[in-house]
Design a protein around this ligand. Structure first.
Ligand SMILES: Cc1cc2nc3c(=O)[nH]c(=O)nc-3n(C[C@H](O)[C@H](O)[C@H](O)COP(=O)(O)O)c2cc1C
Length: 249
């Protein structure tokens, strides 16, 4: 398991070979062994293999080609629909139409997704998460026919890798760990923590190609802009509301 974790790299190119159902089911079963809030399992995983559905998902996911290439696309959803139905059928009154319940269910979905990711990698498969799930939640709700009580939170593409990229860098451990209590960062700490990332060959190349002075500017000005973040925040909040999770009074 430790080897699998330390060998993780996101895979963005896939062979078209299908996945055997036995392997896929074992991986999905591993997903269901993740911890969940109160063991309620308030998530669902939508398994998409059909070419036409994957094409629609590819459009939604900003046309990232791995969505079409990979044999399996898994959409992890926060899901109180099933649990609410069970409660109502058992003379129990569910109070799960609020933001906390959405967040609870989102945590369950994300924990399951990471178990699935590791189980897939332990089987020699590659995976990549798709952040476009939250940006394009409305399209995904429509494509996958998600009912009230269900919100997509993340997606994994999964299949046999057709590339072996190097390991991506990470911040040094002391950059993300705090002992006992949170110790806020000084300017010197920030310099030390980001020093290696900023000196990477690929960073220098990015600066040149994008004509930017700092790597941070590539995040703020190109990759994750305020404008996009505000737009997608509004959209996602609307979907969370429409799917029945904003009754907070
Ligand atoms: C929630 C989430 C969303 C992501 N979305 C995308 C995506 O839409 N496209 C993509 O190519 N990679 C995506 N990634 C992969 C990250 O870019 C990748 O994990 C990161 O660069 C570190 O590289 P590594 O996974 O190879 O270690 C996503 C990762 C996470 C956790």
């Amino acid at each position: 398991m430790i080897d699998t974790i330390f060998q993780h790299r996101s895979i963005r190119k896939y062979k078209t070979d299908p996945l055997e159902n036995t392997m896929l089911n074992q991986i999905l079963e591993a997903g269901t062994r993740a911890s969940t809030t109160g063991n309620m399992q308030v998530y669902s995983i939508v398994v998409s293999k059909d070419k036409e559905i994957k094409k629609q998902l590819w459009e939604a996911h900003f046309k990232q080609d791995m969505v079409k290439q990979a044999p399996v696309v898994l959409t992890f959803c926060a899901d109180f629909n099933r649990f609410n139905k069970w409660c109502l059928a058992r003379e129990a009154d569910p109070g799960y139409d609020n933001y906390l319940s959405f967040f609870t269910a989102a945590i369950d979905a994300l924990l399951a997704s990471q178990n699935v990711a590791l189980a897939a990698e332990a089987n020699g498969l590659g995976i990549c998460y798709l952040g476009t799930t939250t940006y394009m939640a409305r399209s995904i709700v429509n494509i996958l026919n998600l009912p009230k009580g269900v919100v997509p939170v993340t997606t994994l593409v999964m299949g046999f890798p057709d590339e072996k990229p190097g390991l991506a860098d990470r911040l040094p451990l002391q950059g993300v760990i705090h002992n006992e209590i949170y110790k806020d960062y000084t300017a010197d700490d920030i310099n030390a923590i980001y020093k290696d990332k900023e000196a990477l060959e690929e960073t220098l190349e990015l600066l040149k190609v994008n004509n930017k002075k700092t790597l941070a500017q590539i995040f703020t000005d190109n990759r994750y802009t305020k404008k996009d973040n505000v737009l997608f925040s509004k959209e996602y909040l609307k979907i969370i509301e429409e799917q029945g999770f904003m009754n907070n009074d």
